[in-house]
Write a protein that binds this ligand. Structure first.
Ligand SMILES: *[C@@H]1O[C@H](CO)[C@@H](O)[C@H](O)[C@H]1NC(C)=O
Ligand SMILES: *[C@@H]1O[C@H](CO)[C@@H](O)[C@H](O)[C@H]1NC(C)=O
Ligand SMILES: *[C@@H]1O[C@H](CO)[C@@H](O)[C@H](O)[C@H]1NC(C)=O
Ligand SMILES: *[C@@H]1O[C@H](CO)[C@@H](O)[C@H](O)[C@H]1NC(C)=O
Length: 301
């Protein structure tokens, strides 16, 4: 997945990158959606796979591309995928939510036609029916969660925060000394806001949900459910490994997951305390959201 990073419960991921292109090319995808075993929390669970993969495949696309995605539903129940944040101009029936798009019946297929006209940024996709989205970061099966909700109860507290579909603190990203990387960060969870930070590194925010921003630097970022950000980080620290940390916000019990930012010339494993972040403070989050909103620039229309 390169440096497309997705946080929270990463069921499925869509990344769109802006580049200028004279023509409007077509990119074709053939996806087979099945149930299969996944182990995001170390125990076997029933997950939803695309072409055998969990999280689902990344879509790399440039501005103005036409994406033709043939989705075969091999689940024993109806299925839909929605493309969060992608503008469906004059084709809302491609949005993939119940009400605008008919569910794909079991054993059938539907071909999405998405036009990335004038669009830049980082987006993600997820299944929009029947609580399929929850098929990952609880140890319960998503059918059990569905039943809990249907009986009028609240969702249980999640078991973990996943980073790129893994909850074991064992994901590692290798960077080269001196280089700058773009991280695409999405909170694809169901209910919890997350804080994201990297030990010893600052993040320069360059994109929020398909819009360029005035570039402001942050030590940590709050990412609410459904949000996607791009940040730049430069590997300009001493050559060693650093913690990448994400933790839940506004929860009395704080769930934390870590990954490793590994310098290719690293001389030392991660060390020191895991950097802390805001937990229940709301003012901090509001002022950050305000600074991001006021610094958004509409560089495309
Ligand atoms: C999808 O995968 C299932 C399970 O491997 C297989 O039985 C089915 O034929 C596949 N369908 C398509 C359209 O590839
Ligand atoms: C279903 O998939 C077949 C190829 O596997 C394709 O020819 C057909 O157009 C697709 N149908 C729909 C409704 O997308
Ligand atoms: C991952 O690390 C965090 C922070 O130390 C810890 O709270 C959490 O329990 C760890 N998760 C696992 C699965 O070990
Ligand atoms: C972003 O907005 C805040 C106000 O909320 C302002 O203080 C800050 O200077 C702005 N940053 C840039 C780079 O313009």
């Amino acid at each position: 997945m390169g440096f497309t990073w997705h946080f929270g419960a990463v069921v499925l991921v869509l990344a769109l990158v802006a580049l200028v292109n004279a023509e409007d090319p077509y990119r074709f995808f053939d996806w087979n959606v099945t149930y299969g075993d996944i182990y995001p929390l170390g125990v076997r669970q029933r997950g939803i796979l695309i072409n055998g993969q969990f999280p689902g495949p990344e879509i790399y696309s440039v501005t103005n591309d036409n994406l033709i995605i043939n989705v075969h539903n091999s689940l024993p129940e109806p299925f839909l995928i929605t493309w969060s944040g992608v503008q469906q101009r004059r084709n809302s029936y491609q949005d993939g939510v119940y009400g605008t798009t008919c569910p794909i019946p079991p054993g059938k297929n539907f071909t999405y036609t998405l036009q990335m006209k004038d669009q830049i940024g980082s987006f993600y996709y997820f299944p929009s029916l029947a609580f399929h989205k929850a098929a990952d970061w609880y140890k319960y099966d998503h059918k059990t969660l569905q039943t809990i909700l249907d009986r009028g109860h609240r969702l249980p507290f999640p078991n973990a925060v996943l980073i790129n579909g893994r909850g074991g603190n064992d994901t590692s990203f290798t960077v080269e000394q001196g280089k700058t990387y773009r991280l695409r960060i999405s909170n694809v969870g169901l209910q919890n806001s997350l804080n994201f930070r990297i030990q010893g590194h600052q993040m320069k925010l360059v994109e929020v949900e398909g819009t360029h921003t005035v570039q402001t630097t942050y030590d940590s970022l709050d990412i609410h459910v459904g949000q996607s950000y791009s940040v730049l980080i430069t590997a300009d620290q001493a050559p060693q490994d650093y913690y990448i940390v994400t933790s839940t916000r506004f929860t009395s019990q704080v769930l934390t997951s870590t990954a490793v930012l590994h310098y290719s010339n690293s001389a030392r494993q991660v060390s020191g305390p895991i950097p802390g972040g805001p937990t229940t403070q709301t003012g901090w989050s509001l002022s950050q959201a305000r600074s991001i909103r006021t610094n958004l620039t509409a560089s495309w229309t």
